[in-house]
Write a protein that binds this ligand. Structure first.
Ligand SMILES: [Zn+2]
Length: 164
């Protein structure tokens, strides 16, 4: 149910794992909702704890495959695994935030099983506090990172100007 909060997590992750493209980080945080919209007519569960773990592991495996295909050098295997692990964790972070926010709780297994959750979104204040409380710090971390990168680039351009 949270929306901005998921993007906040994705934005903040860019600061710590700059080698992963931002679009991949943002999409990863929303994979469970994308699956939810695809499977809504088929009644396929996407937001239960069990299925969230399955989707996260699948996202990790798919990322391992894609990164291995793209970077064929053997030396990059650990790097590919590392990136895939972050993508898998981001997909799972969606469940964690929905667990905190979703008013009715989320099922442990499939649609009819026991539900768990903190239901922060049951009140508009809780919803607002959670969305803003996660999105704004995430955005701040991202903007701080972008400014740092720009500064490094300006210094690099300047020193190469002096060299030439
Ligand atoms: Zn969701």
């Amino acid at each position: 149910m949270p929306f901005l909060a998921h993007f906040g997590i994705g934005l903040a992750t860019k600061r710590f794992f700059p080698q992963i493209p931002l679009w991949a980080l943002l999409i990863s945080t929303m994979v469970l909702d994308i699956l939810f919209n695809i499977f809504i007519f088929a009644f396929w569960p996407s937001h239960g704890l069990f299925m969230a773990a399955v989707w996260s592991a699948s996202a990790m495996l798919i990322t391992v495959l894609i990164t291995t295909l793209l970077n064929s050098k053997k030396t990059q295997n650990t790097q590919n695994f590392y990136v895939s692990m972050i993508i898998g964790l981001l997909v799972f972070s969606h469940w964690v935030l929905d667990f905190i926010g979703w008013p009715g709780g989320l099922p442990l297994l499939f649609n009819d099983s026991l539900t768990i959750g903190l239901g922060v979104f049951s009140t508009w204040f809780g919803a607002l506090a959670m969305e803003i409380g996660i999105f704004l710090p995430g955005l701040a971390i991202y903007i701080h990172y972008i400014i740092k990168i720009k500064k490094i680039k300006v210094i690099d351009d300047h020193s190469s100007e002096i060299e030439s």
